[in-house]
Design a protein around this ligand. Sequence first.
Ligand code: ADP
Ligand code: MG
Length: 397
Amino acid sequence: MSKFTQHFRMNEQDAMAYVADKMDYFDEGAVLEASEIGDGNINYVFVVRDTVSDKSIVLKHADVLLRSSGRELDVDRNRIEAEVLALQNKYAPGLVPKVYMYDPVMCVVVMEDISAYKNLRTELLARKTFPTFAEDITTFMVNTLLPTTDLVMDSGAKKDAQASYINKDLCKISEDLVLTEPFIDYKGRNIIIEGQLPYIEEHVYGDKELVLQAGILKNNFMNNAQALLHGDLHSGSIFANQDGVKVLDPEFAFYGPIGYDVGNVIGNLMFAWIHGQVVEEDLTFVQWIEETITQIIDLFVKKFNVAYDELVTDVMAKTPEYKAWYLQSILSDTAGYAGTEIIRRTIGDSKVAEVSGVEDHDKRIKLERGLIQLGKALILKRDDFKTASDYRNLLNK
Ligand code: ADP
Ligand code: MG
């Protein structure tokens, strides 16, 4: 009898047995080995390889308990991930790993091994640059986001999709850790380095206008079911090499504001930008990041306009004025959520390596204050970020 008829937490041996039991991906005579390569807080990721043919496959396995803290987290996130990856591969072929199988019992997504691509955050920390990144990530965003909106989909089908991707538990994580606690530390989970608290009390917790605007962005996150988002599009969910990118890990996917995804990409590039500036003092790299940020805005707007004219079916949305309003609201959200991402990764409990890896205390203080100022400008003046040059001006200030 199959070992896999009831959910349990799998180990490397189980991953190999699972592949042998469920798939016919490997050739006869394959000699399998498996290793667990997960580096996140949430799931278990196994690569299973045939040492004879060197073919490999990846299993992402959700346990009922969170990997890091051991608390419970809805395993339905694994279904959402499998379905959303398949959908993204339909809309943006080749930009996500192919899904081979989803198993709701064991909570396993079996997918293409994309180990030829590397974690973008780690690569940017090594100051590597990627010639196709702005092109690929804007194609990914425009092609996966616009087709899932009410402007393109049948209204009933869109509501069914929205219901299917409610994603309560993972949205609650973002509502708290991104859009509440960095501004009001009501659970006492923020992590603030020595000497920084007075600055944060004055410039973040004590800035009533900032807290209000973050609250408005939170309300928009929870109520503006605009498109099926990736939901966690930070530079650790993006893998890149000189040939292109692959986007992973859409388990936070839900129907939310498009600018949340675009803003996550922009905000995370700003960590690389400030790290290159304050820690590395590498102007060539900093300039590449600046160009990439501005290209992403330019290309997103350009591609969005083209796709809009091709795809939009809603008669109300077919005027140039409506299109301009819609795009402007996305750009405002983009700046706002770039800002909330920057502030939450600086103050909140889920830091990025560009911040937490800075060992020199004075540099870290300086880098964090720079990030807080960037984040605030993006949130408070989000309606003013309409073009690439608005971002260039912000960075050059
Ligand atoms: P989590 O949701 O637990 O954070 P991720 O989907 O981010 O899990 O995966 C964790 C790590 O596993 C990634 O950073 C990456 O190194 C590796 N990984 C995940 N999926 C693949 C894949 N399809 N191919 C190769 N490596 C992968
Ligand atoms: Mg994840």
